[in-house]
Design a protein. Sequence first.
Length: 107
Amino acid sequence: MLAAHGTLAAPAAAAGVAVQFRHLQEISHAAVHGVLAHTARANLLLAEVFAHLPLGLGPVALRRRRHVPDHYPHATQAAAPTSPSPTGADCAPAPDACAWPSHSSTR
């Protein structure tokens, strides 16, 4: 069917579809991290309706339980290991030295 439109029509269509699938995945990813909407319920609903159901994926809640610990493996531990700071300072003795710069203006 696409052959009648030229030899590049099929690869162009495939690339377009791949981009759309990637956009749907980004909706899901943002919702799983809780940054797509203001509430957890809205994040869940938006991801289910606009990404997971159209793509035939499993439940968003299950993806969240499996995915978020990959990014934040020590989030539930009382004493998380020291992470690098933006200034290169050692975080253990002075936690304030590890604070990321504020994006707000001081003017």
